[in-house]
Design a protein around this ligand. Structure first.
Ligand SMILES: [Fe+2]
Length: 348
């Protein structure tokens, strides 16, 4: 694994992280729908606006190779007609219907299709094929199929809302990072380098994906509280007075205060609040020690220090890679948690 940091790309920096709202298993839904309606097959298609196709998201009763058009034009075939007109459709003899395009090797007879609707928006279609008793689908089948489609529609709607919320959340994070970069020239690139390193250490320590996502945010925003520190102190090239240093020491607490309205996970806020604590208890702002210091803060501390040592400052050049690693090693158990340092060292 490389210690080389990556510059973040705002379009996908957090998108590569996990989305906690996941699609349900639509093939299970297709299977239960097909079985309850005594159909030989069932297909759920959801419209994808980016390619303007109705995509198969779940199916039952078909082999993968027999699936009719996994990507169907939105105005093509019976599914396209149902989607476009937002109307249900029951066909006793599909082969006599001009709209029907049989893309499969299967011989199909009858079908029942309903739009996947939420309020006035249509998200896709749900279709069952070939009633086992050959009498075709009835009103009761239609009623049930609409319920199944309603379930899918509310699910798709929730997913879209959740994605929208997630985008706002990520954009807020970028805005905060830009704000601190605008104020403190040293932090330009520092936030993403520390986040990149923290993620690598977290992965090395085998943290679960959900924690890695939160760790990335905590590391990215660890110095956000510097927004509340006077610029002349932040960018001072000479030694700080004791009073100025006391001011600087407030930045972890200010950071937490700034982010509190966003209702971030507690572990994110803890990572920010305690990132200047030391393993020997001589850090700030609380002076807690050892494993009392939350794990995220112990990880961010190492990632932050490594980047600080290797970066150039106005008043000094950054140390070389080997001296930086040596510096981290020497401070194991004093400034840094040994487990985190071992995770860091195993990246080399
Ligand atoms: Fe800091």
């Amino acid at each position: 694994m490389s210690l080389q940091p990556e510059r973040y790309d705002e379009d996908n920096y957090f998108d590569s992280a996990i989305s906690y709202e996941t699609e349900p298993n639509y093939s299970t839904l297709a299977q239960s729908t097909g079985k309850i309606l005594k159909a030989k097959g069932c297909i759920l298609r959801i419209y994808n606006p980016s390619n303007e196709k109705l995509e198969i998201k779940g199916y039952f009763g078909f082999n993968y190779n027999d699936l009719p058009s996994p990507l169907l034009d939105r105005d093509s075939g019976i599914a396209g007609w149902v989607f476009k007109n937002m109307k249900s459709c029951s066909i006793a003899n599909v082969n006599a219907d001009r709209r029907f395009i049989n893309h499969t090797r299967l011989i199909l007879h009858n079908l029942l299709a309903v739009p996947v609707l939420y309020d006035t928006r249509v998200y896709g279609t749900l279709t069952v094929y070939d009633k086992v008793n050959k009498k075709g689908f009835n009103q009761k089948d239609l009623w049930y199929l609409k319920i199944a489609a309603d379930y899918v529609a509310s699910n798709v709607k929730n997913l879209l809302l959740s994605k929208k919320y997630q985008t706002y959340y990520h954009n807020s994070i970028y805005s905060f990072a830009r704000a601190i970069e605008a104020k403190d020239s040293y932090t330009v690139g520092h936030c993403d380098r520390v986040a990149s390193m923290a993620v690598k250490i977290g992965q090395q320590m085998q943290l679960p994906e959900k924690q890695i996502y939160n760790l990335k945010i905590a590391a990215f925003l660890h110095d956000i509280g510097k927004i509340g520190i006077r610029e002349d102190i932040l960018n001072k090239n000479s030694h700080l007075t004791l009073a100025e240093y006391d001011d600087i020491k407030q930045h972890p607490l200010i950071g937490v205060k700034i982010l509190q309205p966003l209702q971030m996970a507690e572990e994110v806020l803890e990572g920010i609040r305690y990132h200047h604590e030391r393993y020997d208890g001589k850090g700030y702002p609380s002076g807690i020690q050892g494993d009392e210091i939350p794990l995220f803060a112990r990880i961010v501390a190492v990632a932050d220090a490594f980047d600080a040592i290797t970066s150039d400052r106005a008043y000094r050049r950054g140390s070389d890679f080997n001296s930086a690693i040596q510096g981290i090693k020497e401070n194991m158990n004093r400034q840094f948690c040994p487990n985190v340092v071992n995770g860091f060292l195993s990246l080399i």
